[in-house]
Ligand binder design. Structure first.
Ligand SMILES: Cc1ncc(COP(=O)(O)OP(=O)(O)O)c(N)n1
Ligand SMILES: Cc1nc(C(=O)O)sc1CCOP(=O)(O)O
Ligand SMILES: [Mg+2]
Length: 511
């Protein structure tokens, strides 16, 4: 019985078992395919992934430069380490470079039972390099496939497994799926990505009784290296979560298509077979767009938009934001209370482009979904909006989260919950926000004194009254957030320049 050490939870106390896939495959140094793709796919699909490495390849976007096969005994040792202790739900296989390794794997799977076995019968890489030679065919056919719950050959692999038959049509794929099923696996997914003369990508699933066609439009991209590994791992991940084979294939295909589509224009390597982005995050960090970490000084002049004001003055939200940024705003928040979601998102994308170009952080008011959809730099939430802790879990550690606070107690909670800054107001009465409680300069000072986070003052602030705010001398007060003083004016550019100058002068006066 495990005893609880003082201060440390016992292993037995950790009760939350998570779905787990073990991948038995080769390492790809370029990390587009193989073990690395499997790890990324499982992580992206919310499943734990352990790894048994069968070979180490020297590989990049051009091709495979070298292969070093791991000795059978050491593959056996890795399998035993994982299977005997960690009890994966599903085993997924990729590159199995020798008949001896297949034998070791099959023995281990007989000794340690798992819920499902997914076999991706890897033989040739996307670049055309051989990863498992013809001597592997007998091992696959006689030992591994009969144990598989699903096998996922592409056209070349399906043809090789069947002695070289030609596969040129969907009808050929069906007949191949049936013949491979006769070898023993419970389900066969023949992938038709390489089928000639077809605008759609068609995969055929055969479960021993029925055929299912999965059709999707072909995604034109060079960044498809690792698609097969990722699809098989994603199927394994869904099976580990408890899906049926049909649902697992459907969800896995949708995931791969979405990731391929997202990644069609990313650039990694100079070859013809680029990797894709399993987490659909890389473009947000594109070298073209400058995204810097949040600094308290970003709060100096915070421009918060208002669609009614921009409509009144006959300008688009994008033009208003552009003028504010060019006039010296140091952070922007899109606060569109009346906009439809689609319009809000389009405006957000346009404003984000402007802000990125100027290196100014761009936040969304209230709507976490819109912030995620456009990959904004963060959100601003109020006390009755999405709680900061939940927003942080959804948005991750890098995004900026601001929260409105009117009291020191709220400010303390904001810090504990993981916010980046506090918006404190209303400093003065405002017509922009209905029924807003005015806390005054005193209320602002109290929050600033207790806050462990940087604070931006908001509410009724403009040219005529910004000085007393900035000269309050309150610790943590970094700047002012304004709506009408910038946007309910004829020239956003001129007003922003004027306010920025006044803030700078007040800051100098305080120092
Ligand atoms: C910088 C900043 N501070 C405060 C607010 C107000 O947020 P909230 O209380 O959620 O009210 P709404 O803006 O949603 O009406 C803010 N938006 N920005
Ligand atoms: C959006 C908002 N929040 C406030 C708060 O007190 O939290 S006051 C406010 C409106 C600020 O607009 P203006 O600069 O036009 O007064
Ligand atoms: Mg709000």
């Amino acid at each position: 019985m495990l005893q609880e050490e003082e201060g440390k939870p016992s292993v037995a106390a950790a009760k939350l078992r998570v779905p787990h896939v073990l991948t038995v495959a080769g390492s790809d140094s370029g990390a587009g395919a193989g073990i690395q793709a499997d790890l990324k796919a499982c992580a992206a699909r919310g499943v734990y992934c352990s790894t048994v490495i069968t070979a180490v390849t020297a590989q990049n976007t051009v091709g495979v430069q070298g292969v070093n096969i791991v000795v059978e005994d050491f593959v056996r040792e890795q399998l035993k380490s994982v299977l005997s202790d960690m009890h994966p739900d599903v085993v997924k296989t990729g590159m199995l470079p020798s008949p001896g390794i297949v034998k070791v794997l099959c023995q281990s799977l007989k000794e340690f039972q798992v819920k499902a076995l997914v076999v991706d019968p890897v033989m040739v890489s996307t670049s055309g390099d051989v990863l498992a030679g013809p001597m592997m065919l007998a091992s696959f056919r006689e030992e591994l496939l009969p144990m598989a719950d699903i096998v996922t050959p592409n056209l070349r692999e399906a043809s090789a497994l069947l002695g070289g038959v030609a596969l040129e049509t969907v009808a050929d794929m069906r007949s191949a799926a049936k013949s491979i099923h006769d070898i023993g696996p419970r389900n066969v997914l023949v992938k038709g990505g390489d089928l000639p003369a077809s605008s759609d990508a068609v995969d055929v699933l055969f479960d021993g009784k029925d055929f299912y066609d999965f059709r999707s439009s072909r995604i034109k991209t060079f960044n498809s290296h690792g698609t097969g590994c990722t699809l098989a791992s994603s199927i394994a991940a869904e099976l580990a979560k408890g899906s049926s084979v049909f649902s697992a294939v459907k969800i896995a295909k949708r995931y791969v298509e979405t990731a391929l589509d997202y990644s069609r224009d990313i650039l990694i390597g100079g070859g013809q077979q680029g990797p894709f982005d399993h987490f659909m995050k890389l473009k947000g960090n594109s070298m073209k767009s400058s995204r810097r970490p949040f600094e308290p000084s970003n709060l100096l002049l915070y421009a918060v938009t208002d669609s009614r004001m921009n409509k009144k003055w006959g300008r688009s939200i994008r033009d208003a934001v552009k003028a504010a940024v060019e006039g010296g705003a140091t952070i922007v928040q899109l606060r569109e209370k009346d906009a439809d979601t689609g319009d809000f998102l389009e405006a957000a994308k346009a404003c984000l482009e402007v802000c990125r170009h100027h290196g100014v952080p761009f936040l969304i008011n209230d709507r976490i979904d819109v912030a995620l959809a456009c990959d904004a730099d963060g959100v601003h939430v109020g006390q009755s909006d999405m709680p900061v802790r939940v927003a942080r879990t959804i948005l991750g550690p890098d995004k900026i989260i601001g929260i409105s606070c009117k009291t020191p107690v709220q400010a303390e909670k904001a810090w504990i919950d993981g916010a980046d800054y506090i918006g404190c107001g209303g400093v003065y009465p405002t017509n922009t926000k209905e029924n807003n409680i005015t806390v005054g300069l005193d209320g602002l000072k109290k929050v600033c004194l207790e806050s462990k986070l940087p604070v931006v003052a908001i509410g009724g602030i403009g040219i005529s009254n910004v000085k007393p705010v900035m000269e309050l001398g309150a610790p943590n007060l970094e700047g002012v957030a304004v709506v009408s003083a910038l946007f309910d004016r004829e020239s956003v550019l001129v007003e922003t320049e004027k306010l920025r100058r006044m803030i700078m002068d007040s800051t100098k006066a305080v120092k």
